[in-house]
Design a protein around this ligand. Sequence first.
Ligand code: SF4
Ligand code: SF4
Ligand code: SF4
Length: 273
Amino acid sequence: MAKAFVIDISKCSGCYNCQLACKDEHVGNDWRPYAAPQPRVGQFWLRVEERVEGTLPKVKIHYLPRLCNHCDKPACLAACPAGAIRKREDGLVLIDPDACTGCGACKEACPYGAIFLNGELGIAQKCTGCAHLLDHGNKLPRCVEACPTEAIRFGEEAELEDDIPGAEVHMPETGLRPRVYYRNIPGKFIGGTLYDPEAKEVIIGARCLLTSGGKTWEAVSDDFGDFWFRDLPVGVYDLVIHAPGREYTRFDRIRTDKSVNLGDIPLLPGNEE
Ligand code: SF4
Ligand code: SF4
Ligand code: SF4
């Protein structure tokens, strides 16, 4: 049965403890035959990726810890001419530091950028799943243990089966069947602030209707004049804003490849029809 990681993005506070714990475990520590020491600089076997959505002042940030996916069909393994990469029975993919020639074929083949070359030792290196710990009585890798919010779970895929349905993997189109699953990655947002240009006051309680592909979402501007549509799929949207005693305002073909802050929107007095 294969091991897997499940990372709940809604629980990740971006504290970087996992990234630091990985470095603490591997920098300067020789865990042969699992891994040679990671150099002090230049390698991140786990990297916390910061995603910034929107523009000031409507900005949302979330964090995605990225590490080797311990793929079920590892491209790195298939590419290694020295036979230095193996997939264990528990699914963890390891590079043997003594068999690796440092040719870099695995790094070229991995679409996730999970492999680093160690120029000094002349080898390729990456996350080991902390197999050296698991094989000696520890239940969890260091990054998992270090997470204060329990955002990262690790275990047999079967044990995690409640969490995996609905979770996403990074770039499923690679076809490598990654085993790091992400839950609750926020969708895109559309937001803005409504105001009366004459009174120079925000407009509260305006009805905002968003449509795309036959679906409709509704939001009402809050006490700050702000409206938000959150967790939207990438797509093209039309927005109509109605407020009593004001001309309706519309925005056509808003694209959500990225989240969109429509900024400060004046609603002029007039007939709302
Ligand atoms: S993420 Fe890259 S390095 Fe890790 S198993 Fe998959 S192909 Fe290999
Ligand atoms: S499993 Fe171990 S080697 Fe892999 S990212 Fe976590 S701490 Fe680093
Ligand atoms: S330790 Fe946990 S909360 Fe902190 S960055 Fe890593 S996954 Fe996120």
